[in-house]
Structure formats: structure tokens, C-alpha cells
Ligand binder design. Structure first.
Ligand code: NAD
Length: 338
């Protein structure tokens, strides 16, 4: 099939090209993100391959359909950036990579937690400036602390297991109980309000859905312990950024490790170092010394990129050869457990 690969990054091309040697599709790489304006680039292609940063709304889908596209192959697990209802109406098939490496994301969340707690990001900058002082770098032992995991699916389960290994008391909230975690005594499930009250650290691993939008907000933040550390490798809009800023200003929050930001589209994955940052909320967030923000990179390991390439090209081949589409996403999957 002729596939237009949008938002293509240098680091992923070699993985996609290597795996494609077995599939023989025609891949054309476009650096721009997919949106209504760039959709005409896909004219004459059978499918598009998109990333989390692509804006696959109804207008974009309409333009793709007009150009002859039949397949939307996502190189991501999350699909909140795709209007699935519009895709269904247009008869466009959407496939994704449901699991590539939960370890990549979970281990990164642990990395953010360790850095925010022990202030490794600050120490790195200090030593570069020949400031060898330890003032202000004190953290706390994670051993014996209570870690709250919101979302115990693939990534949350790995994160919970790692934190259990640190000697933490791991409590969790999810609308579905992960029986394996319960059987292994890795986590204890509690209500969301109990989790807020007891946790010293909260890590978010739920998808972005209407039910999880702004889960962390001006009403839930006061329920948390003073000095709470919040880690978000899920999706930016799980947190109300303005409420987070207020809680950071008041000193309620001890620190935040954020790999995602609710308005990251059009900013993350770009080198804007020569530009004025126009997003005042982001500009404020990154001024806090106890906020460590990264540019949606938790997935970025060799193992994850290999798996993403394998699943994406298999999805495309399955579509072309009319085989069952194991990784298809449809509007109704919003309502059921995956
Ligand atoms: P998953 O589907 O395996 O797990 C999600 C869990 O959330 C499930 O157990 C589900 O029951 C639970 N859940 C859903 N809605 C809920 C609700 N309203 N209340 C409570 N629990 C709810 O997904 P995963 O593979 O673990 O990924 C989790 C999220 O991580 C993805 O949706 C994606 O947004 C994000 N992610 C981020 C990166 C990154 O690079 N930062 C990479 C991959 C995934």
C-alpha cells in the first residue's frame, strides 16, 4: 500500500524502513504534522500513518477521504487525537499500536519521580555551573512511602510493580481491578478519595477520556497530602494546568514530573529555541524549580520503536490482505475495557 507517514522523526525512520523490508509497502515520510492543511499531501495515498501529535479531526478526515485514503494507522497507543465517530461515518478504518513497551513508559515515570524527589535535574544544572552546594537538594526515601497509581492497565501495572520493588506501599484506583496485581499482593485497590488522602506520590496512567479529563483539578488537589509529588506520563489534559500552577504557587505540591502537557500540540517535538514561547501557562509551569517537564518522550526506547514499527506495518498488511484487524479502534471502544 502507498502510505504517507506524517510527523515522521529521524529516529523512527530506520525502524520503519527495516521492518518494511518484509512488508513491501511504499512509505513516504513527511515531517509536517497531519492536520486539515497538510492532509492534501496524502492525495493519492491508500493510507496515512500518524503520531500522537497529529490532529486527526473531522475536517482532516474529510480531506483524507477526498484524497483517496482508506486507512489511518496510528503509531501510538492513545487515540484521543482522532475523531473516531467522524472516521466511522466516512468509512475510514483506524488501527493503532495498543502495546509496544509498557516498560519504556513505566520506567520513565520512575525516572521522573526519582529526579523530582531527589532534585537530580537541579543538581545537574548546578554542577555545570560549578555550584557544588547541596542546599535545597534534600528529598525523601521512597522506601516505606505510599504510592498511588491511577490506572493499572499495561503501563500502570509495570509502574506499580517497580514501586513495590522499591519497598513502597502501592495503592491503586482503576475502574477495573487487575487480578494479577491483587494476587501478587502488588497493590491494594482503594477509592479515588482514599488514594488522594493517603498517597505521598501519585502517578497517572489512565487514558484521556471525558471521564478522566482534568482528573487533577482545583477540587481534587486540596484532597491530596501537602508536599504530594505528581507524575504524569499519561496525557496532559488529565491535569488542569491552571489548577496545578496555583497548587505549585501555594506550596501544596512538593513537585511534578510531567512528560505531557494539555496544550502540547504544535509545541512538543519542535525546536523552538529561537522563538518566543507564546503559551503563558507552559511558560509559567517550566519556571517552577520543582517541576520537571519533558517533551512526551516516555515511549522513546529502541525496544518500543521496534515494536511500534512491527505492529504498524503488520496492521497495514492485515488491512491490505483483508485479515482480521486485531488493533482496530472504533468509536465504541471508548466505552469498554481494552
Ligand atoms: P491501558 O489501556 O492498558 O490501561 C489504562 C487503564 O486505565 C485501564 O486499566 C482502564 O481500566 C483504566 N481506566 C480507563 N478509564 C478509567 C477511568 N475513568 N477511571 C479509572 N480507570 C480508568 O493503557 P496503557 O497502555 O497502560 O497506557 C495508559 C496511557 O498512557 C495511554 O492511554 C496513553 O495516553 C499514555 N501513554 C503515554 C506515553 C508517553 O510517551 N508519555 C506512551 C504510551 C502511552
Amino acid at each position: 500500500m502507498k502510505i504517507a507517514v506524517f510527523s515522521s522523526h529521524h529516529f523512527e525512520k530506520k525502524f520503519l524502513n527495516a521492518v518494511n523490508a518484509e512488508h513491501h509497502h511504499s512509505l513516504t515520510f513527511f515531517e509536517p504534522m497531519l492536520n486539515e492543511q497538510t492532509a492534501p499531501l496524502a492525495q493519492g495515498f491508500d493510507g496515512v500513518c500518524c503520531f500522537v501529535s497529529d490532529h486527526v479531526d473531522a475536517q482532516t478526515l474529510n480531506a483524507l477521504k477526498t484524497g483517496g485514503v482508506r486507512l489511518i494507522a496510528l503509531r501510538s497507543a492513545g487515540y484521543n487525537n482522532v475523531d473516531l465517530v467522524a472516521a466511522a461515518k466516512l468509512g475510514l478504518t483506524v488501527v493503532r499500536v495498543p502495546a509496544y513497551s509498557p516498560h519504556a513508559v513505566a520506567e520513565y515515570a520512575v525516572g521522573l519521580l526519582l529526579s523530582v524527589n531527589r532534585k537530580i535535574h537541579k543538581a545537574y544544572m548546578r554542577v555545570h555551573g560549578q555550584n557544588f552546594s547541596l542546599e535545597g537538594l534534600m528529598g525523601f526515601d521512597l522506601y516505606g512511602k505510599t504510592v498511588g497509581v491511577i490506572g493499572t492497565g499495561r503501563i500502570g501495572a509495570v509502574f506499580a510493580t517497580i514501586m513495590k520493588g522499591f519497598g513502597c506501599d502501592v495503592i491503586a484506583y482503576d475502574s477495573f481491578v487487575n487480578q494479577e496485581l491483587v494476587a501478587k499482593k502488588t497493590v491494594t485497590y482503594v477509592s479515588l478519595s482514599e488514594l488522594y488522602q493517603r498517597a505521598d506520590v501519585i502517578s497517572l496512567h489512565v487514558p484521556l477520556l471525558p471521564s478522566t479529563h482534568h482528573l487533577v483539578n482545583s477540587e481534587t488537589l486540596p484532597q491530596m497530602k501537602d508536599g504530594i509529588l505528581i507524575i504524569n506520563t499519561g496525557r496532559g489534559a488529565l491535569i488542569d494546568s491552571l489548577a496545578l500552577i496555583e497548587a505549585l504557587k501555594s506550596g501544596k505540591i512538593g513537585g511534578a514530573g510531567l512528560d505531557v502537557y494539555e496544550e502540547e500540540e504544535g509545541i512538543f517535538y519542535k525546536d523552538l529555541s529561537e522563538h518566543v514561547l507564546k503559551d503563558d501557562v507552559l511558560a509559567r509551569l517550566i519556571t517552577f524549580p520543582n517541576v520537571l517537564m519533558t517533551s512526551h518522550q516516555a515511549f522513546l526506547t529502541k525496544e518500543a520503536l521496534q515494536k511500534i514499527a512491527e505492529t504498524t506495518l503488520q496492521n497495514i498488511t492485515d488491512f491490505e490482505t483483508n485479515r482480521p484487524l486485531l488493533n482496530q479502534v472504533q468509536a465504541k471502544t471508548h466505552l469498554v475495557k481494552e
